[in-house]
Design a protein around this ligand. Sequence first.
Ligand SMILES: [Zn+2]
Length: 287
Amino acid sequence: MKMLLRPFLAALALLVAALPALAQNPPKRAIIQIQGDLWRFQNNFHYSVFLVTADGVIATDPINADAARWLKAKIKAQFKQPVRYVILSHDHADHSSGAEVFAEDGAVVVAHNRAKRIIVGEKRPTAVPDVTFDSRMNISLGGQQVRLRYVGKNHSDNMIVMHFPKQRALFAVDFIPVKTVAFRDFPDAYIPEWIQSLRKVERMDFDILVPGHGRVGDKNDVTAFREYMDDLYQQVLQQARLGKSLETTKSVIDLTKYANWGQFERWAPLNIEGMYQRIQLNRRGNQ
Ligand SMILES: [Zn+2]
């Protein structure tokens, strides 16, 4: 018995040591009214929106299957309406997963046509979109409307924005953070096109900016973030054209104007690195 007890105790000790890591906090989930019939859905650090109409609900990024099941039950209990549409902002799994939860009740899944190709090709854990489009699509339901617009490549090549004209709100995910620097080192990004897509959003007619992460903002935040991206791009491009190394570039780039923005300490250095790598890749075409 003694011989058996020792490995058992060792295994038990390991299990006890691992317990704090295993005991995960329940996700923070909530729905918050944005404006009239437009609501925001929170799942930890991810957010989407949904519009309640007289003929059903238009939902957006399901985030993941568990989150989607929670939201479906919440909408049913609070609004007594079925979800008729689920609109995906882009293909990335942390926003697009879980659409099957609404699709199994008959909701129509909508995305950009390149998003559908990636969702199918990469086997993203979500429903295959039923309806896709290239540049624009309007969905009307119960006397309300959402206008879907492709504004060009930015944080992905299939990002759409969702404009709710009656609520004067725009849902834009991952490419217009509010008073926050860009996510890490620009994974899956198209930099010059990103700046152009921000200019397109600046020309749209809305007041409230609802991002996929972080706090709600307004149209001025689009301009502020476009200026940040342009500033970073121009500064890094200048150093790259002078043949400066990444290390030198990092030491001379001045982003102090944005020092009070969210994630500045953690992500601004990564923003410079990612921008430098992307610019170097683009410049190779000139050689
Ligand atoms: Zn993304």
